[in-house]
Write a protein that binds this ligand. Sequence first.
Ligand code: BEZ
Ligand code: FE
Length: 289
Amino acid sequence: MATNVDADALTAEVLQSFSATPNERTKEILGSLTTHLHAFVRDIAPSIEEWEQAIDFLTRTGKTCTDVRQEFILLSDVLGVSMLVETINGQETPDATDSTVLGPFHMVESPVRALGDDASPESEGPRCVVSGRVVSIDGTPIPNAEIDIWQADTKGFYDVQQPGIQSIGNGRALLRSDSEGRFHFRSVVPMYYPIPTDGPVGELLDATDRHPYRPAHIHFLVTAPGYRELTTHIFIGGSEYIESDAVFAVKESLVKDFTENTDPGEAARYGVQTPFRHGRFDIVLHPGS
Ligand code: BEZ
Ligand code: FE
C-alpha cells in the first residue's frame, strides 16, 4: 500500500483502488466522483469544523426522510440537480413535449375520472378548464393515453398536506384520451406554494436568502403503449415566482396562459359557469419505451 505524501498522490491512489471494478459504468462513475469530489474539496479547503458540519447536514437530511418525505430528493431539487438530470435525459426526445421534475406529491393514486369531470370537487374558487390533445411527434392522435394529473388548490395545498380538510384524491384525476387523442377536465386554478422548509433543505434556503416558492402549476404523467413516458407540468402564465422557481423546473414551453372565457356556449359545453379560465395543453409523446 502506498503512503500518500501529497493530495495529488491521494487522488491517484483512490482512483487506482477502483481500477478492478468489473462493471465499466460503475467504474466510470466512481472515477468521475473521486476526481470531482477531490477537486471540490481542494477548492474550498474546509476546516475540520466545516467538514463535520457538512457530515451533520447530510446525516440530518437522511434522518428527515420517511416513507412520505424524501429530503435528499428535495436537496437535489434546490441544487438544480434534479432538473439537470431531467434536461440531460430530455435531450433524447427534442420533438416531444418538454419534461420537468416529478416532485414529491405523486404519492397516492389518482381517482379515475371521466373526461370533463371536476378534478378538484372539494376545492372552492372559480373553475378552470384544461383541454388539449395527446399526439405523436408526427401529429398522429394517440387515443386511450393515460393522463395522470395532480395539483394544489387555490390556497397552495395538495390533498396529502391537509388530512381532515381535503380527501385524498381531491386535486387529482386519472383520465384517458378519447378516440382522437383529446382530453379535458375541470378544476380550480392552483396557487403557488412553498416546498417543505422544516428540514435541512429549509435551513439551506434560509442561510442563502432564497425563497421556497414554486410557481402555480399542474402536474402531468402521461403514458401510452409504444411511447416514452412523459413527466411534466404546465405552469399558469403570470403566476408569481415563475421567474424564480425554487427548484428551477420552469421551461418556457410549459408556461400556458389560462385566459378568461366569458362565452356562455363554451361554458355550457364544459359544464362551468362564466367567467372561467381556460388553459390549453397539447401533449406530444415520443415513440419508444
Ligand atoms: C412539486 O411540484 O410538487 C415539487 C417539486 C419539487 C420539490 C418540491 C415540490
Ligand atoms: Fe407541485
